[in-house]
Design a protein around this ligand. Structure first.
Ligand SMILES: O=C(O)c1cc(C(=O)O)c2c(n1)C(=O)C(=O)c1cc(C(=O)O)[nH]c1-2
Length: 244
């Protein structure tokens, strides 16, 4: 029989999931950080990850649609603004900043935003995240964003490694990551406090931990797919193929 954990024990269990399963442990991350990726591998990463970026605000809008409490919606809608921007010019959002990176990697906007060249596994993993947030309980949907507890650290490592090792990467092209860590910190502080407060039964607590495990899988699977296609060279039909 499972017993109810204290909020601190729950938090420790969540941090343990991150320590064991977050994508900072993935070999593709190490390869990228340590300067062992080819330019094409970085390009493929940027192209595929655009799909994750593009679906995050859709995922968050799905979550907001399930929230009855205006204060909670007000808190959550900042996440959409972070990605979509807050002005008609839409130059100030995360998606626009991600496109600066794919531009620098030589893709046309159509190649990127149509998402027609991404790996099937990228699409399946990201779509599974959006579906999870639509179908599972609101508590699980909220908890699944808890990977962001661990993202400031991986972003710091990745950015420093990429700037040091790749001459085609500049702080301008990586501007997405300059803005992101404080946003992730703010969001994960809120989410952690929320789950600590709202996990009132062992079943809730188990579901929150499982939601975080699921989400680490969403991130891990995307890097697995990149490794298989672009490191091992098994590019699926229809996906982007680097020039020989
Ligand atoms: O660079 C990264 O490794 C990384 C990880 C994650 C994450 O842990 O889910 C996010 C992001 N970046 C990110 O930029 C982002 O906007 C984001 C939103 C979410 C989410 O689940 O709502 N995760 C992440």
């Amino acid at each position: 029989m499972t017993t109810l954990m204290s909020p601190d024990e729950l938090e420790a269990a969540l941090r343990q999931v991150g320590a064991e399963r977050y994508h900072n442990r993935h070999p593709f991350h190490h390869r990228m950080r340590d300067g062992r990726c080819t330019r094409d591998e970085i390009a493929a990463w940027a192209l595929n990850r655009y799909y994750y970026q593009s679906q995050i605000p859709i995922k968050d809008a799905t979550i907001i649609a399930r929230m009855d409490d205006p204060a909670l919606r007000r808190e959550w809608r900042r996440r959409i603004i972070d990605h979509d921007g807050n002005s008609d010019a839409d130059r100030d959002g995360g998606i626009a900043r991600w496109l600066a990176l794919t531009d620098a990697m030589g893709f046309t906007r159509e190649e990127v935003t149509s998402t027609r060249l991404i790996l099937p596994a990228t699409r399946f993993a990201v779509d599974a995240y959006v579906n999870f947030c639509a179908k599972r309980s609101l508590l699980e949907a909220i908890a699944s964003s808890l990977t962001e507890l661990f993202s400031p650290e991986i972003i710091g490592e990745r950015t420093a490694g990429m700037l040091a090792h790749y001459d085609f990467i500049t702080s301008d092209t990586l501007s997405y990551f300059t803005e992101r860590p404080p946003q992730a910190q703010r969001d994960s502080d809120f989410t952690l406090a929320y789950v600590r407060e709202h996990a009132r039964t062992p079943e809730h607590q188990h579901a929150i931990i499982a939601a975080l495990e699921f989400k680490t899988g969403v991130l891990w699977a995307q890097l697995d797919a990149l490794w298989h296609a672009y490191v091992e060279g098994h590019v699926p039909p229809g996906a982007w193929k680097p020039d020989p």
